[in-house]
Write a protein that binds this ligand. Sequence first.
Ligand SMILES: Nc1ncnc2c1ncn2[C@@H]1O[C@H](COP(=O)(O)OP(=O)(O)OP(=O)(O)O)[C@@H](O)[C@H]1O
Length: 233
Amino acid sequence: MFVLRAENLSKSYQMGEIEVKALLNASFEIEEGEFVVILGPSGSGKSTLLNIIGGMDQPSSGRFYMMEEEITEYDERKLTEYRRNKVGFVFQFYNIMANLTAEENVELATEISEDPLPIDEILEAVGLADRKDHFPAQMSGGEQQRVSIARAVAKNPAILLCDEPTGALDFNTGIAILSLLRKVNKEMGKTILVITHNSDIAYMADRVIKMRSGQITKNYINENPMAVEEIKW
Ligand SMILES: Nc1ncnc2c1ncn2[C@@H]1O[C@H](COP(=O)(O)OP(=O)(O)OP(=O)(O)O)[C@@H](O)[C@H]1O
């Protein structure tokens, strides 16, 4: 069963006389439980697509569905509910609150969600049980990214959207974070979309969607995804 479906999504920006086509006729389906890598160089339209999937922006044309629901016909109120309950976000620079502990950061996210998971279990699952009372400044980049993954997962969303989740991390820490995302995908059955310009990450994906100049140029299934530990960059 598909969890996400896009039909001819396009997004244009008017820059004075010039029309910038950030996204052009993007169509795809993503199956429940897939680990998807959306790959493309800078400016290829990845963030534009992510913002539409995450309910933060509307396309200029086209339709976008989660399960049976058409998200592109939602008003602001329904989009807010969608972002709160259906989507977990993981960003390159973690975006966690500096004045809250690891546990409080996760707790804050669960407070706005309808069907959250137990905070303790999630902190344990991401390997932060003994760090839960630490503030971000007392944690490494990798640990802060674990907090942000815990925060996203604890909301119990249908999908996890990760924008360059390893972009600010060294190689070994990046691999550890990808390994954690794969674990969340396999053990909790979460559909995960990772957006990156790092083509090596695509080897671990179930599905790879390649973008260039606002268009999807390839969309294929990896029959034998590589184990995260075998990836190098
Ligand atoms: N708000 C905006 N106004 C005008 N043009 C925009 C806007 N947002 C994006 N664009 C343009 O749309 C195109 C796609 O941008 P987008 O940010 O989606 O690419 P990207 O693949 O995410 O790049 P990066 O990896 O650098 O974040 C680019 O040419 C960009 O300049």
